[in-house]
Design a protein around this ligand. Structure first.
Ligand SMILES: [Zn+2]
Length: 604
């Protein structure tokens, strides 16, 4: 597997040729049939308001404000270069848990923020960080991955390398850095002597080996596409977790119980990429079954899973038990990254989707996990675990700069990708949030704007402005949680199309500039059981949003409440319950920052 300097140069030449011709020419027809619905590019979609935009704007500024010298310090120290700036602390330093691990994720997220917003400062920072990183590669191209001479810290080579690749791929494709593609080849060549020849599984949270080969294939396949370097693809195929994970999943078995949660959930994205690249049905079947298992047996009502970072054994009441045995219920930014990517891949793989299950779960995860995390401070303190026990609070992780500081940036920077999808037959509107989209259908440019206060209100207005009249179909997601039909009007008149819950309403017509769709989704309260052994322990849902009790009195969790019938509106997104003479306020989980809250109740 060792690549000599000479063969490396040859690979580089092949990659230059491949870039101009091969990947698109060969991949397009097959890939199209594997991906009937397609994502838009970051640049096509802009968030324009609402709760996702607020968090997106805050984090765009937050990650842009991280200082470059501290981010590069541990890299420069390992390279023996002048290393100005303060230590980052926590996981990130040379003596930290995984030195420098998340640099690639910050680069990736900045490139994504820059691509959607057009903010040149993001691309400049990507440029500066990639140049700074490149200067630390050294003659062996190993940079931070180089084994230290003594007292080696845990370098987690695969784990960190995967993030390097993600950053360089996004720097090349989204920030258009001309040297990033060549850097991918150099970093791979440097890492090769340090990489295991075969993939390996990690079992639980505390069982070594910790390093995670099986999270890598998604980015390895993407790097192979981008560089034309076949070594990337060879490693991608070696590291697919077939025997322990994709094979049993594709046969309808359940390999999740006892496994480390996030790393296996994100490995599903590698299975998704394997389906796109290799076309082996096994991976598509495995993903579909994994989604079914995760959403029916593993997840809390928030959309989170894996108490203590471990998948539970179903039908034993383990989700319920976890409410009293831990406060570490969901590793939220990382887990949300995996869950949103899985849902988007499955949306992309499902032709003319007959139901909305993937998109409904995507919405659930977005509103109640990633949108619901505490905002980071400016000193390396980040959200990590969400807590669903009684009288919970949102807290930062005990160590600075954890894994979740990287996935928080990437998950939020990906918000524009969740809203719209395109297919040959038209457009899919998948998420309701203020936004704008530019796309073309049959060569006609179309601008679309979505205005709404959803989920605070039930109505959504979508306006189309095609450059010329255009015949196409706009599909609207009608969520399965509705307990009555949606109403749809076009230019004020009933659209005459079924708004049946759990389906996509297809609006086919010739659209003209200024045509307006008004969609109403009548959100109601409902309760959802925590698991099949505890049907009376319930979460309170209003449309896609989980509501929690604010500053709950002692004993609230165990007393039987006549939910949701007893709730009375008391303000925008605020409801009140009379509890033995005390008024209890219910608000969205995502609206809490510092207050105490309770998530699960006993239903009367
Ligand atoms: Zn994490």
């Amino acid at each position: 597997m060792h690549v000599t300097r000479r063969s490396f140069v040859e690979l580089g030449l092949q990659s230059a040729a491949a870039l101009t011709l091969a990947p698109r020419a060969f991949a397009a027809p097959a890939a199209a049939s594997r991906e009937p619905l397609r994502q838009f590019d970051y640049a096509d979609v802009q968030l324009t308001g609402g709760p996702f935009f607020e968090q997106y704007t805050h984090l765009h500024a937050h990650y842009l404000a991280l200082s470059n010298d501290p981010l590069l310090k541990v890299y420069r120290e390992r390279a023996g270069l002048p290393a100005p700036g303060r230590d980052m602390g926590g996981w990130y330093d040379f003596k930290g848990f995984v030195p420098g691990h998340s640099l690639g994720q910050y680069i990736s997220a900045l490139a994504r923020f820059g691509a959607s917003t057009g903010d040149a400062a993001c691309h400049q920072k990507v440029h500066d960080l990639v140049d700074g990183f490149a200067a630390t590669l050294g003659p062996d191209n190993q940079s931070i991955l180089r084994p230290p001479p003594a007292n080696p810290p845990n370098l987690w080579v695969c784990y960190t390398l995967d993030k390097h690749f993600a950053g360089l791929i996004d720097a090349a494709t989204l920030s258009k850095l001309p040297n990033a593609t060549e850097l991918l080849n150099r970093v791979l060549a440097g890492a090769q002597p340090l990489l295991p020849a075969k993939g390996r599984d990690r079992i639980g949270k505390k069982d070594p080996p910790y390093d995670e080969t099986y999270v890598m294939p998604e980015n390895l396949f993407a790097a192979a596409d981008l560089t034309g370097n076949a070594v990337f693809r060879d490693f991608a195929q070696r590291y697919l977790l077939d025997r322990e994970f994709f094979d049993p999943l594709s046969r309808g078995s359940d390999p999740f119980p006892g496994q480390h949660a996030y790393s296996h959930a994100i490995a599903l994205s590698s299975g998704a990429k394997a389906w796109l690249v290799l076309g082996d049905d096994k991976y598509k079947q495995a993903l579909a079954h994994a989604f079914e298992l995760l959403t029916t047996q593993q997840q809390f009502s928030s959309g989170g899973w894996g108490p203590n970072e471990t998948f539970i054994t179903p039908h034993r009441g383990e989700l319920y038990n976890s409410l009293s045995t831990t406060v570490d219920h969901f590793e939220t930014p990382c887990g949300a990254y995996a869950a949103t990517k899985l849902a988007r891949y499955l949306i992309r793989f499902t032709p003319s989707p007959a139901d909305t299950r993937h998109a409904d779960n995507l919405e659930r995860v977005l509103f109640n996990t990633i949108l619901a995390v505490k905002a980071p401070d400016s000193d390396g303190d980040y959200p990590y675990y969400s807590t669903y026990s009684p009288n919970a609070q949102k807290v930062y992780y005990k160590q600075k700069w954890p894994c979740c500081s990287g996935t928080l940036a990437q998950t939020v920077a990906d918000y524009p990708l969740n809203i719209y999808f395109r297919a040959d037959e038209g457009l899919y509107v998948n998420l309701y949030t203020p936004s704008s989209l530019r796309f073309t259908h049959g060569g006609t440019p179309i601008e679309l704007t979505q205005e709404t206060r959803y989920p605070a209100e039930d109505t959504i207005a979508i306006t189309l402005r095609p450059a010329a009249p255009v015949a196409t179909t706009i599909h609207l997601r009608i969520p399965a949680w509705l307990d009555r039909p949606a109403t749809i009007r076009i230019n004020g008149k009933p659209a005459g199309v079924s708004g049946h819950p759990g389906s996509y309403a297809a609006l086919r017509r010739t659209w003209r500039a200024g045509d307006r769709i008004d969609l109403t989704l009548p959100q109601q309260f409902r309760t959802e059981s925590i698991d099949d052994q505890h049907p009376n322990t319930v979460a309170l849902m209003h449309g896609p949003v989980q509501y929690v009790a604010l500053n709950p009195p002692a004993g609230l969790t165990n007393d039987r409440l006549p939910l949701p019938a007893s709730l009375k509106p008391s303000g925008p997104q605020s409801f009140v319950e009379n509890y033995s003479g005390t008024q209890i306020i219910f608000v969205p989980l995502h609206s809490i920052q510092n207050a105490t809250y309770t998530t699960y109740f006993t239903k009367a």
